[in-house]
Design a protein around this ligand. Structure first.
Ligand SMILES: CC(C)(COP(=O)(O)OP(=O)(O)OC[C@H]1O[C@@H](n2cnc3c(N)ncnc32)[C@H](O)[C@@H]1O)[C@@H](O)C(=O)NCCC(=O)NCCS
Ligand SMILES: Nc1ncnc2c1ncn2[C@@H]1O[C@H](COP(=O)(O)OP(=O)(O)OP(=O)(O)O)[C@@H](O)[C@H]1O
Length: 194
């Protein structure tokens, strides 16, 4: 069984993944895959630097994600250009890892923030959505990334609204409460499928 775990920025996907891992689930993390594919001199690094220029590089040639984030979260055309370059390569890598790992594992959980935006629904048997109300999402994002309200809203608005993502979800994991409540909810969902 292949589960696509998605949500919005700072909705709690990594926290849900952490709890699922504690329960014995195998997790593929799309953000980690993306970071690894964008390491210096890799094909995707080259494409991104070609498109956005060397101004997005730090002294050690790694991509300055804060700077690239500032460009794309404030400019929908720049974001579309980045998505066009990155998504096919990230999706191919996710598919490759899923193929390898599904041979030895009955259940695979794949944490993909942009699963619905990047049209990856058909790769999964079930879609789980980590849902939060927007006021909670904004506050958690401001606290975690140490950014102001306006920057948090720009990041949230660069993604499909969570209300709209609900339409695609087979299960909704609500994360408006405490971490303990979330953990209990994750345990319930895991017991249903394992
Ligand atoms: C935009 C970048 C530079 C921001 O880096 P930063 O370290 O601040 O964030 P990080 O990589 O940890 O991602 C945090 C969250 O941002 C959101 N996010 C990331 N990329 C995008 C994007 N292109 N569009 C909308 N939201 C995004 C996701 O919710 C993600 O979980 C970085 O995320 C990136 O290179 N993104 C392109 C690759 C991609 O699409 N990744 C998502 C995997 S599906
Ligand atoms: N129930 C909760 N109560 C309080 N804080 C929480 C709760 N769930 C998550 N958080 C915190 O909210 C922030 C966002 O959570 P997390 O990093 O898991 O989200 P995410 O969906 O993986 O984010 P991203 O899309 O940016 O990768 C983190 O600082 C996390 O510790």
């Amino acid at each position: 069984m292949k589960v696509g775990l998605t949500g919005g920025i700072a909705s709690g996907k990594s926290t849900v993944s952490k709890y699922l891992k504690e329960l014995g689930a195998l997790i593929i993390d799309a953000d980690k895959i993306a970071h690894s594919l964008m390491k210096p001199e890799k094909k995707l690094w080259q494409r991104v630097v070609e498109e956005f220029g060397e101004k997005i590089l730090l002294d050690n040639n790694t991509i300055d994600r804060k700077k690239l984030g500032e460009i794309i979260f404030n400019n929908s055309k720049a974001k579309a250009r980045l998505d066009e370059i990155t998504h096919p390569i990230i999706i191919a890598k996710i598919e490759e890892e899923m193929e390898q790992l599904s041979q030895e594992n009955d259940i695979l959980i794949v944490d993909v923030p942009l699963l619905i935006e990047a049209d990856m629904i058909d790769l999964f048997d079930e879609i789980w959505l980590v849902y939060v109300d927007q006021n909670v999402q904004v506050q958690r994002l401001m606290d975690r990334d140490k950014i102001d309200y306006q920057k948090a809203i720009s990041k949230i608005n660069s993604q499909m609204p969570l209300e709209e993502k609900k339409r695609y979800a087979d299960r909704i994991i609500s994360n408006n409460g405490t971490e303990e409540e979330l953990k209990a909810e994750v345990m319930r969902v895991w017991q249903k499928i394992s």
